[in-house]
Design a protein around this ligand. Structure first.
Ligand code: PLP
Length: 284
């Protein structure tokens, strides 16, 4: 595997960052994951816009312009011969003598890696999973896609130990925020499709944005209105979205069947729309 590290393409096992990289010492960095389908990126514009926003929010300069970054992303994908998989990019504030306050005149550090993944699932019935609930113990600016993922890792590990795919996070007020690495959607007891509104307490998912556009085009109704834990447990359908989960139905929550315990009609419809959208991206 080949990685890109600060201007050079290097074998990944030899790739390394400085011990005083602020991403390593303080988690002072941001990242993006883009799905590669049929050798092309899905929702590139959304991901690059979110990366730019994350950098802006933390006052980290862009390591390079979007056009140049795309060239690097494509080159890493090409050198690793990825047709289906992901590309990962991480930007840290850079290398400086350890001090909490920002260093002056330090160039941001950019690392890009890619890896093979399974092809986009074609059958939603083979693409189901289960979820547990876990407390959301993250900080107050999770809308910035930083590499500070320890609470997310703890929640995902809890899910794995329970044999589940995802941990759905519940905040201190008893409301659903999002999954440990996914956006949460549910069809409530009244049949209304809902996902939480955007603010500082969830990551603005690119797949969420893409799915919303697809629904608007198709005239599918939904509400940007969060759910309480009780509403989640009473939901007819629960599904997740992310660049690597696509549209993924959760058929059990904390061991209890969601609805009929099979993918529901809304998830099915969105899965089909998103699959077509991802295929479309591959033919741009
Ligand atoms: N929420 C969190 C906490 C995430 O880490 C992710 C993706 O990594 C998402 C939501 C989904 O975002 P996207 O659809 O852009 O992959």
């Amino acid at each position: 595997r080949i990685a890109y590290v600060n201007g050079r393409y290097v074998p990944q096992r030899e790739a390394s960052v400085n011990v005083e990289d602020r991403g390593y010492q303080f988690g002072d960095g941001v990242y993006e994951v883009i799905h590669v389908h049929d050798g092309r990126f899905v929702d590139t514009g959304l991901h690059l816009a979110r990366l730019a926003r994350s950098l802006r929010e933390l006052a980290i300069p862009k390591p390079m312009e979007d056009g140049a970054l795309l060239v690097v992303l494509r080159e890493v994908v090409r050198r690793n011969r990825i047709r289906e998989g992901i590309v990962y990019m991480q930007v840290s504030r850079g290398v400086a003598r350890r001090d909490h306050a920002f260093p002056r005149d330090v160039a941001p550090a950019l690392v890009v890696t890619a890896r093979h993944g399974k092809a986009f699932p074609r059958e939603i019935d083979t693409w189901t999973g289960t979820a547990i609930t876990a407390p959301d113990i993250r900080w107050g600016r999770v809308d910035i896609k930083t590499v500070n993922l320890l609470p997310n890792c703890l929640a995902k590990q809890k899910a794995r130990e329970a044999g589940a795919y995802e941990a759905i996070l519940i905040d201190r007020d008893g409301n659903v925020t999002e999954g440990s690495s996914t956006t949460v959607w549910a069809v409530d007891e009244d049949g209304v499709l809902r996902t939480r509104h955007l603010d500082h307490h969830i990551l603005p998912g690119c797949t969420r944005a893409a799915v919303i556009s697809l629904m608007e085009e198709a005239g599918i109704r939904f509400e940007e209105r969060g759910l309480s834990e009780a509403e989640l447990r009473a939901a007819r359908e629960i599904f997740l979205t992310s660049a690597t989960s696509y549209v993924k139905p959760m058929v059990r929550l904390d061991g209890v069947a969601v609805g009929e315990g099979t993918p529901g009609p809304v998830a099915r419809r969105l899965f089909e729309l998103f699959a077509r959208h991802a295929d479309g991206a591959a033919h741009n």
